[in-house]
Design a protein around this ligand. Structure first.
Ligand code: EPZ
Length: 427
């Protein structure tokens, strides 16, 4: 199955300063789709809807097929059907895990359903060290024997996992998701303290509950799970992507004549909207939509990333571009991934005035005129920031290595072209 052309050598050519007007439909959330696909390992079959057809979904599909799962993808309908009633192995090899850290999400489901799992230890990535120690520690507290050998996490729970009282010393999104999935088939009650409250965690809990799990408190920092014997197949439609929403809100604030975003959940981007308001940008908000126009004047604001409901680290790079157009000095601090600033060097090539201050802090001076140049995408959200910068820069920008972008933004070029942007893929 290959619903994507591999776009390693592809580039994006963008001509800047064209005002954008029209409608953009927000796609399903990548970071909801990935745990939902992993949850398919907890039962025989799942039908998932509103799945974004992006590269990371393809990676997770290949991983599950590698385990022996059977996947049917209806690309046009954004649907995925996964049948796992004859898995062949509990081993998630390095070839899949190296492409996507979220592969760690199969550890909990495999361990709790089959009593063992072997998952390659996920490497780091561009945005910084990405340990999984909290996943492993908490699974051990649930009775798993886990050791790491030759780069592989080898986990065993012969007599199944035991419900336990657990606490995360650091809020971890996939850590919370992994433990929640491990706990739904464990014996007895599991309590997770300092759980992640991201909407994607709540979405996963809602899917598991529909499958027959007993979960209370998802969306708060205290989640209680009562283990059940088994979960049953269901159909489920996942939530819209709040980071895609935020990305287009920034684009509209900078170069939108009248951009209408629909099929979104305003509550999920509240921290971003409030920050935009602080910068002097006001949006029209509907039940499941926003209308955004370019701001006449943008005020400098300080940003500090926090777990949900705080300002998301996944929006830090995009908001940085907006602040290059603010009149004054802004400070951005990423408390979650202090090294997540690879986009800075590329934005400097476009004329931005940004200084790295160390310990996860940068200062952005505005208002600076950006001018088109050749730049290099390094990770998913950094590449989104380069697209935003290219849309406001004068002249042409060429972004190399856009496979990073295709990991998490569905049909980005099409969506921007449809509202008047001049953007095309080139070899
Ligand atoms: C999820 O990653 C998201 N990915 C990331 O989105 C997002 O940036 C991140 O949460 C923070 O919101 C998915 O949901 C698939 P964490 P995750 O565990 O779960 C430390 C994107 O662009 N930590 O919440 O891997 C960790 O180092 C991606 O879509 C440990 O120390 O992040 C970080 O400082 C990029 N030990 C902090 O916790 C652990 O065992 C939060 O990480 C786990 C995490």
């Amino acid at each position: 199955m290959s619903f994507f052309r591999l776009s390693f050598s592809m580039k994006l050519e963008i001509s800047g300063q064209r005002e954008l007007s029209g409608e953009i439909r927000i796609s399903g959330a990548k970071n909801s789709a990935l745990p939902a696909m992993a949850a398919s390992l907890l039962t025989d079959e799942l039908l998932l809807e509103n799945i974004p057809m992006v590269e990371d979904i393809r990676s997770m599909a290949l991983l599950i097929e590698g385990l022996g799962g059977r996947i049917k993808i209806q690309k046009k309908k954004n649907k995925i059907k996964i049948n796992n009633n004859n898995l062949k192995t509990v081993e998630a090899p390095y070839e899949y895990v190296k492409k996507m850290r979220a592969s760690i999400l199969v550890l909990g489901p495999l361990l709790t359903r089959f009593g063992e799992a072997r998952v390659a230890y996920p490497g780091g990535c561009k945005i910084g060290a990405r340990p999984v120690d909290l996943h492993i520690e908490n699974l051990k507290r649930m009775g798993a024997e886990i050791r790491v050998e030759h780069g592989t996490i080898i986990a065993k729970a012969k007599d199944g996992l035991k419900g336990s009282r657990l606490s995360f010393e650091k809020v971890s999104v996939t850590g919370t998701e992994n433990i929640m999935m491990a706990a739904v088939l464990a014996e007895g009650e599991t309590i997770i303290e300092n759980a992640a409250k991201e909407p994607e965690v709540t979405d996963l809990a809602n899917l598991l509950i529909k499958m027959g799990a007993k979960i209370e408190g998802a969306g708060t920092d205290l989640i209680k799970i009562k283990g059940v014997k088994e979960l049953h197949p269901v159909e489920y439609s996942i939530i819209p992507d709040r980071i895609e929403t935020g990305t287009y809100l920034i684009i509209g604030s900078l170069i939108g004549k009248e951009l209408h975003l629909y099929n979104t959940i305003p509550e999920h981007v509240r921290s971003i909207v409030l920050k935009l308001n602080e910068a002097g940008i006001f949006l029209e908000e509907g039940k499941d939509s926003f209308t955004v126009k370019r701001a006449k004047k943008i005020l400098p604001v300080d940003i500090e990333t926090q777990p949900f409901p705080g300002f998301p680290t996944d929006m830090q790079a995009q908001f940085m571009v907006l602040l290059t157009q603010a009149e004054g000095r802004s400070i951005i601090r990423d408390t979650i991934f202090p090294g997540r600033f690879h986009h800075v060097d590329e934005l400097l090539r476009l004329g931005a005035n940004i200084k790295k201050l160390g310990n996860g802090e940068v200062s952005v001076m505005g208002k600076t005129e950006l001018s088109g140049a050749e730049v290099l995408a390094t990770d998913l959200r950094a590449s989104a920031s380069l697209v935003i910068a290219a849309l406001i820069a004068n002249g042409k920008t060429i972004i190399h290595d856009i496979f990073h972008l295709e990991r998490g933004y569905e049909r980005l070029s099409e969506k921007i072209k449809k509202v008047g942007g001049k953007i095309k893929k080139i070899k």
